[in-house]
Write a protein that binds this ligand. Structure first.
Ligand SMILES: Nc1ncnc2c1ncn2[C@@H]1O[C@H](COP(=O)(O)OP(=O)(O)OP(=O)(O)O)[C@@H](O)[C@H]1O
Ligand SMILES: [Mg+2]
Length: 329
């Protein structure tokens, strides 16, 4: 079976911000790979400064990576001329950033209509569609306002309307609900869900929000310019120095253990807290639970880049370098 061309594919992506300041150059992306299939929703999480916004700009063709390649709908973006790139972006991808999405001199309505106008749609039709989109996002009554007259949440909803008006097949969003109140965030997320399920729109969303991450089909975790983990299972051990391994605990207290650690500990099952001190937790496997441990089996497809493993000898993905997780049967 021929695999469908991914909507987005990045290989060995590096980005270096050059600086003459004394802190020197910043390596924001370090040889990163990622693939987003058509209609797939992927969330990217990671600490501040880990390269999330840089990644999004490189993936969307707004910034040229220092090296590596990005393909949008199968077109290698680094090979396109400026004009071709703009055309490809216009018909494929929309961006929603943390801020600065709107043109300050245009009304909310004109901001939303503008991407259609750039596609050659006549003004009347563009304005009509834009008003409908603003209504859907519950900001229709602010259509005449300039961005500066809108609240942060209203501006973000206008920005989302502007992103959706062209029916993109991929939406790249950087903290799209960051500035919104909880109710508006839910509305935006519902709209994303609808686009995702009914129109097969693909998403790559940078987020700190648990709800947004829940909406995604996969969650990739970025750390210092590389993906180090995928929700719960896939940790690239090469990124972690021997003896200095770290395990993240999220704000709800959930621990994600790398697969080899789980195997060494004795697999899934019941653990007794043997020791608990400030900053230290020792777990002991409860012996009778061992019967509950399923047989762990190496996955057949790399969860990070979808590479199909050929044998059971490969413990690391030859495509993206992620470790090969084990799952229970
Ligand atoms: N224009 C720039 N010039 C120099 N360094 C930059 C520039 N933009 C970002 N960086 C650096 O690159 C690294 C990655 O930045 P980036 O904005 O991609 O992080 P981020 O994960 O989006 O962070 P946040 O969660 O705070 O938005 C950081 O160390 C940052 O200081
Ligand atoms: Mg950012």
């Amino acid at each position: 079976m021929e695999l469908e061309t991914p909507i987005l594919e990045a290989n060995a992506l590096y980005h270096i911000y050059e600086s003459k300041a004394e802190d020197g150059n910043v390596v924001a992306l370090r040889g990163l790979h990622c693939t987003v299939r058509k209609g797939e929703a992927v969330a990217v999480v990671g600490p501040s400064g880990s390269g999330k916004s840089t990644l999004l700009k490189c993936l969307g063709g707004l910034m040229k990576p220092t090296s590596g390649f990005v393909a949008l709908s199968g077109h290698n973006m680094t090979r396109l001329t400026g004009g071709e790139l703009v055309k490809l972006r216009q018909k494929t991808v929309s961006f929603i950033f943390q801020e600065g999405n709107l043109l300050p001199n245009l009304s909310a309505l004109d901001n939303v209509a503008q991407p259609l106008r750039h596609q050659g749609v006549n003004r009347r039709l563009a304005i009509k569609k834009a008003q409908k989109m603003l209504d859907e996002l519950a900001v229709g009554h602010r259509a005449k306002a300039l961005p500066a007259m809108l609240s942060g949440g209203e501006q973000q909803r206008v920005a989302i309307a502007r992103a959706l008006i062209t029916d993109p097949v991929l939406i790249l969003a950087d903290e799209p609900t960051g500035a919104l109140d909880p109710i508006t965030s839910i509305q935006v997320l519902e709209l994303f869900e609808e686009l995702h399920s009914k129109k097969n729109v693909a998403f790559l969303i940078v987020t700190h929000s648990r709800d947004v991450a829940e909406f995604a089909d996969r969650v990739l975790e970025l750390r210092e310019g590389r993906f180090v983990a995928q929700r719960g299972s896939d940790v690239n051990l090469n990124d972690l120095t021997e003896g200095k391994r770290e395990i993240f605990m999220d704000e709800l207290g959930t621990l994600n253990l790398p697969p080899d650690v789980v195997v060494t500990m004795g697999g899934s099952g019941s653990y007794r807290v043997a020791e608990l001190e400030d900053g230290k937790l020792t777990l002991a496997n409860v012996a009778e639970s061992t019967s509950k441990i399923g047989v762990l089996k190496l996955v057949e497809t790399c969860p990070a880049c979808k590479f199909i493993y050929q044998s059971n000898e490969e413990l690391e993905c030859p495509e993206c370098g992620s470790s090969r997780p084990k799952v229970s049967n």
